[in-house]
Design a protein around this ligand. Structure first.
Ligand code: SF4
Ligand code: SF4
Length: 461
């Protein structure tokens, strides 16, 4: 560049006659070699969407096929082929606790994998966001109208589809607590008087509000599970981590744009909003793979740990069993599952309970016969009619009085029946307490109940 001399007012000076400068022809710059793209690696987005579809199918199937359902009106619980009465609350309670422990165990080992891959709130919120964007694009593409009208049409369509989806999803959700055919009948008759109808209407409204306005804000403001992560995770928990020691980031912001939670993972791997979905990992891999470089965001075992799937660890360490705490946790869950399964499989098809009615200890007839009253409760938990046959064992001289000791119980029915056992005079029973057994037999299933037969005490004779 030529310097401007003072007093020339910025005009380009004429070159001196005696000096002619012949510039070299600029040489062509050597072409930068095109980077060779590499494989972007695992498709986390595809995996998530596949898992989401499977979860939605399971969400629909569990109540509609009676695989898992708490039938509140009929006071029973269906759990993978087992039909539990509400009176068997302990098994229902321990089954629920088991599911909670599984989710907590997953959080300790794999961070918020439940939130990112399995949570219905996340699945339906993402579906709502995707649907809204897709409708806007379709309307823009196919509807010939000005921009405000196109927005109006796409909003109207979105509200309409969301309304239908809210009704369907609420129906399935309430079907976890009310028998589906009964619920359908209530829905078709626009029942908003009974508890089931009111619950259905309220759930539909809440689901619609969730779809339209709340969505993933729920995860970061209301849901307590996200906050529980901080207490459950430790230095070996799987998390999503950005590491760029050689300053390779091209600031394309793709990782931020794909994040439904609206965060920049480059700031910290411990942001409470991060659900560990892995979308930013795939986004960065895809961008940098075009430049022939590996991505900068990875799943890692703790901030300083190695990446998922790398290292020379054993298979169980690679899946997250990286210390004694996790091994113990897995063993506890395993024993819990075995105990639960054993308890379920040892259940009798008919729950029989026999207890003495001690409002009066005994009844003495004029002819000297002594009567004791007992109460039978039989609940049929099977799908067939069952007959409960009672028997007396271990005490000669007593018999059922005016009671047919075979009680027929229909499927799902609970029978409560009082009956008397009598001892005629001169049967040789001791005065006071006589021990014996009452047995119940349902098919090949037999149970015995220790009971007492009380006769007048010596000092009352
Ligand atoms: S930061 Fe990445 S892993 Fe975390 S929620 Fe966003 S996209 Fe998912
Ligand atoms: S996607 Fe990768 S390269 Fe792009 S801004 Fe995020 S971390 Fe940087």
């Amino acid at each position: 560049m030529l310097a401007t001399e003072p007093g020339t007012s910025g005009k380009r000076p004429a070159p001196p006659n005696e000096l002619v400068v012949i510039a070299d022809k600029p040489r062509p710059k050597p072409k930068a070699s095109r980077p060779t793209p590499i494989d972007p690696g695992f498709h986390y987005h595809r995996l998530r969407k596949t898992v989401h579809v499977i979860c939605v199918i399971i969400f629909f199937l569990l109540p509609l096929t009676n695989l898992m359902r708490i039938d509140i009106p009929r006071q029973r619980c269906f759990f993978f082929g087992y039909e539990l009465l509400i009176s068997e609350f302990s098994i229902i309670f321990f089954s629920m606790m088991f599911l909670m422990f599984v989710v907590a165990g997953m959080a300790i080992m794999w961070g918020r994998v439940y939130c990112g891959y399995l949570c219905p709130q996340m699945i339906f919120s993402e579906a709502s966001i995707t649907l809204e964007g897709w409708l806007q694009r379709m309307v823009n593409k196919y509807v010939k109208a000005d921009a405000p009208k196109r927005t109006l049409i796409s909003r109207a369509l979105f509200y309409l589809i969301s309304g239908v989806a809210a009704v369907v999803l609420s129906f399935v959700f309430i079907a976890y607590f009310v028998e589906p055919r009964d619920l359908l009948h209530r829905l078709l008759s626009f029942d908003i008087k009974t508890a089931g109808g009111i619950a259905g209407a309220a759930t539909t409204l809440l689901t619609l509000i969730d779809f339209l306005f709340v969505r993933l804000t729920f995860c970061t403001t209301v849901c307590p599970y996200g906050y529980l992560q901080g207490m459950l995770t430790d230095g070996h928990t799987l998390l999503v981590h950005y590491r760029d020691d050689s300053h390779e980031c091209i600031e394309c912001m793709k990782c931020m744009r794909v994040c439904h939670m609206g965060i920049d993972i480059r700031n910290s791997p411990y942001q409470i909003e991060c659900v560990g979905c892995g979308e930013c990992i795939e986004a960065c891999n895809v961008v940098l793979a075009r430049l022939g470089k590996p991505g900068l965001i990875h799943y890692v075992w703790g901030e300083q740990g190695e990446r998922l799937g790398t290292g020379d660890k054993t298979w169980f360490q690679k899946i997250g069993l990286r210390d004694a705490k996790r091994v113990v946790l897995m063993l506890v869950l395993l024993f819990y599952a075995i105990g639960l399964f054993t308890a379920l499989s040892m259940r009798h098809s008919v729950l029989v309970q026999i207890s003495p009615v001690r409002a009066t200890l005994y009844r003495l007839d004029k002819d000297g016969t002594v009567y004791n009253t007992f109460r039978l409760k039989a609940a049929n938990r099977s799908h067939q009619q069952q007959t409960v046959v009672l028997g007396i064992e271990g005490l000669a001289g007593i018999h059922f009085s005016s009671f047919e000791n075979a009680v027929v119980v229909s499927p799902g029915q609970t029978v409560d029946r009082d009956f008397e056992i009598a001892a005629s005079p001169g049967t040789g029973l001791i005065a006071g307490v006589n021990h014996f057994s009452l047995s119940s037999r349902v098919g090949n299933d037999r149970e015995a109940f220790d009971e007492t037969f009380i006769t007048p005490f010596k000092d009352s004779q």
